[in-house]
Write a protein that binds this ligand. Structure first.
Ligand SMILES: [Zn+2]
Length: 369
């Protein structure tokens, strides 16, 4: 399952601007760029901020805005670099410091995340939310420092001790093979090394706050509870590939992918039996419309989540059928700000026929989609 989305970070940042933490919008430099950000037009905003920065390279607000544009475009590294410049120019620039911490965390740079949040907490020691967040991240850092690493070219697997080494070896092997098999199916080959952390079941719940039903999580790194993993190695393999698909999707489209596509692809491309989805759909009279499955499934209870995964898997199967071998290119369109309907149309799939076929396959008779 997905634990956090970069989109959520962008919105938090934009809200901070809107809440007047910085200044009223009239006082912001390059007002058209901020307006473009509000519209979600990252390319336009990035271009205007770039021009403005040519004239005023030391303006922290312009670097901050530029970081938002980068986040909208899914360019995490560029966002981090802009935010570093913003806080370099103004070390007391609170929203930039907090956003830097959040983006660093989402990019699996826990050191930078903790360092930045420490500075933010020093500026606002009464902010309980920030203090609690910092305590949580420090706990995570301490835990990881006690872990061993099985380093690789594409995957760094962290695990607690000798007892988990065998699981670490298995996870590495499964990931190496997923890299080429999923790569072939989606035409996505992540370039950056991916961090994979194996937890006890309790550590996993503590760190992720994931619901009971989740068997793993992805938030920039793969987190897996492996308490009894070797008793059911097939389940472990399934979860590992599922979470790997999320990381591949994020490579193609860091933002803009609805959960029903993201979770659907992850479920559809997992190894193992696919007939469970039909059984779940048959057993339930309810159907969740696609528009209610845009954000992650973390807020659903167990049975609702299962239904959401089943419906999404059917949608993903249909997507792959219709788009093959262009699923990766389709996802890139979503990442570049196209809607699902626009991206389908671009690939010659009329959205209405797509949704009608999905409704037929999941067994919806009314006009819901
Ligand atoms: Zn998932």
């Amino acid at each position: 399952m997905l634990l956090i989305s970069v989109r959520a970070l962008v919105m938090t940042g934009a809200l901070m601007v809107a809440a007047g933490t910085l200044a009223s919008s009239q006082e912001l430099p390059a007002p058209e760029a901020w307006a473009a950000l509000e519209r979600g037009d990252g390319s336009r905003a990035a271009a205007i901020f770039r021009d403005a920065l040519d004239r005023a390279p030391h303006n922290p607000l312009l670097h901050y805005g530029s970081a938002h544009a980068s986040l909208l475009l899914g360019r995490t590294d560029a966002a981090i670099s802009s935010l570093k410049k913003a806080v370099e120019q103004n070390p007391r620039f609170m929203p930039a410091m907090v956003l830097l911490a959040q983006v660093a965390y989402s990019a699996a740079d826990l050191d930078l995340a903790v360092r930045s949040l420490e500075k933010a907490v020093a500026m606002a020691p009464r902010d309980r939310e920030l203090t609690a967040q910092l305590a949580k991240w420090k706990k995570e850092t301490d835990l990881h420092q006690s872990f061993q690493t099985r380093p690789g070219v594409r995957f760094n697997v962290l695990f607690e001790g000798p007892a988990q080494r065998a699981i670490g070896d298995r996870v590495s092997a499964v990931l190496e093979s997923a890299y080429s098999s999923i790569g072939k199916q989606l035409d996505i080959y992540p370039g950056a090394a991916l961090e994979v952390i194996l937890y006890s079941n309790k550590q996993f719940r503590d760190i992720t706050r994931a619901p009971e039903w989740s068997g793993g999580g992805y938030d920039g790194r793969i987190r897996l509870p492996v308490g009894n993993a070797l008793r059911s190695p097939q389940v472990l393999d399934r979860v590992v590939v599922h979470e790997y698909v999320h990381s591949a999707v994020r490579t193609a489209a860091p933002t803009g992918v609805p959960a029903w596509i993201n979770e659907g692809l992850a479920s559809y491309l997992e190894p193992g039996d696919k007939t469970w989805a039909a059984r779940v759909l048959k057993a339930s009279g309810d159907r969740i419309p696609l528009e209610d499955m845009v954000e992650g499934f973390g807020g659903f209870d167990g049975p609702t989540a299962l239904l959401a995964y089943a419906e999404s898997q059917v949608a993903a199967e249909l997507l792959v059928e219709r788009l093959k071998p262009h699923v990766g290119a389709f996802l890139q369109l979503l990442g570049n700000g196209h809607t699902v309907d626009q991206a389908l149309s671009r690939h010659g799939v009329p959205p209405e026929t797509f949704y009608a076929e999905w409704r037929r396959r999941v067994g919806v008779r009314d006009a819901t989609r």
